[in-house]
Design a protein around this ligand. Structure first.
Ligand SMILES: Cc1ncc(COP(=O)(O)O)c(C=O)c1O
Length: 384
């Protein structure tokens, strides 16, 4: 199998599995119990919090464990809006993940005004429009992602955060795709809330974290217990949290060694160079210079991405497309649509997302297979 779908999820690191195992077996205590079995679980959870706080670059008391990125995004948005009933407007981008986009859509039905800042063809946020929108005194929150899950394009979060601070607008950053790939260091940036998810950096699924800066106006939305310092009720997912802690520690170590990023960049550039030089009418979606090094979104003109993925899967090569099959017709991804990528490219766009476990030999195989697949599809199933 050649796995190039790491933005969807990653393989769990063996050391993460090993760290979790005792908490699924003998160390099963409830961290709220005062006996040694419970306290052992609590200690492991607090050690994990320390590692996650290190990855985010914040204090341990600012980390709240959640069930993943979607819950962290929900908790950030709902928690700020509920605590600021005097403000009725949220600023966001036109390319957010559905965890943010759909949550804001629900709020828009409850009377909240949502201002979507557009992006250009390269996927970059219109900073002038953002600055104009900030002038409105009714803004409760800005929720803007760090790295795009489909194109890998990075928003200029330091500049966005500075703008928010100047206008006293709280900022939530969906950093689910950025964590473990770029340095977050929130203590050095005026970011108020930030979401991450363990399974995107070789941790387990179903566990994530929300960073809430001290003194941020925010209130819990999951009530019913004193866990997480009264900020998220419910018995904690101890094995998952321990796994997230180990994954965060490994991710930080990897991040601190530039050789990892260089290797990923080489692999991605090799994949793109081979595809662009051997397959006509192909396009890289998103600004090539300002992207995550592991992500390549490539549009193959006049073909359906689903057909490409199907044939790739027959060769045990796994990637994905932003296109979703809704009511029988394939809709291009909302992200590519927001970037104004023409339909004939967007329909045939495939996301390849790499990890350091990939090899040059795999990239060569993928490029060779793709060349055959694309010419077959263009001959047999052209889309006009
Ligand atoms: C940018 C972004 N935000 C949020 C999420 C949701 O995270 P989770 O799968 O942990 O709920 C994802 C997952 O793909 C993502 O890419």
């Amino acid at each position: 199998m050649i796995y190039l779908d790491n933005n969807a999820t990653t393989a769990m690191a063996p050391a993460v599995f090993d760290a979790m195992e005792p908490y699924l077996r003998e160390s099963y205590g409830n961290p709220s119990s005062t006996h040694p079995l419970g306290q052992h679980a609590r200690q492991a959870m607090e050690e994990a919090r320390y590692s996650v706080a290190n990855l985010v670059g914040c204090h341990t008391s600012e980390i709240i464990f959640t069930s993943g990125g979607t819950e962290a995004d929900n908790a950030a948005i709902c928690g700020v809006l509920l605590s600021r009933p005097d403000k009725h407007t949220v600023i966001t981008s036109s390319v957010e993940h559905s965890a943010v986009r759909e949550t804001l859509h629900v709020w828009s039905k409850r009377g909240i005004r949502v201002i979507e800042i557009p992006v250009d063809l390269g996927g970059h946020l219109d900073m002038n429009r953002l600055a104009d929108a900030m002038g409105d005194p009714d803004i409760a929150l800005a929720s803007i992602m760090w790295a795009n899950n489909e194109t890998g394009v990075l928003f200029d979060i330091p500049q966005i955060a500075a703008l928010c601070r100047d206008h006293r607008v709280p900022l939530h950053v969906d950093a689910v795709q950025a964590a473990g790939k770029v340095t977050l260091a929130v203590s050095r940036l005026p970011i108020d809330l930030l979401s991450i998810s363990a399974h995107k950096f070789h941790g387990p699924k179903g566990v994530g974290a929300l960073y809430v800066r001290r003194n941020t106006r925010w209130m819990p939305t999951i009530t019913g217990g004193p866990q997480e310092r009264d900020r998220r009720g419910g018995t904690e997912n101890v094995p998952g949290i321990v796994g997230m802690g180990k994954a965060a520690q490994l991710a930080l170590e990897k991040l601190q060694n530039p050789a990892n990023d260089q290797y990923l960049r080489q692999l991605r550039d090799m994949l793109e160079a081979r595809i662009l030089s051997t397959i006509p009418d192909t396009h890289i979606n998103g600004d090539r210079a300002c992207r995550l090094t592991n992500t390549s979104n490539i549009g193959f003109t006049s073909i359906e991405a689903e057909a490409i993925l199907l044939l790739l899967a027959q060769h045990d090569i796994y990637a994905s497309a932003g296109a979703a099959c809704s009511s029988g017709s394939l809709e291009p991804s909302p992200v590519l649509r927001a970037m104004d990528i023409p339909d004939r490219i967007a329909h045939g766009s495939v996301r390849f997302s790499l990890s350091t476990a990939n090899t040059r030999a795999e990239i060569t195989t993928v490029a060779t297979q793709l060349s055959d697949i694309i010419s077959t599809l263009r001959e047999t199933l052209p889309v006009v």
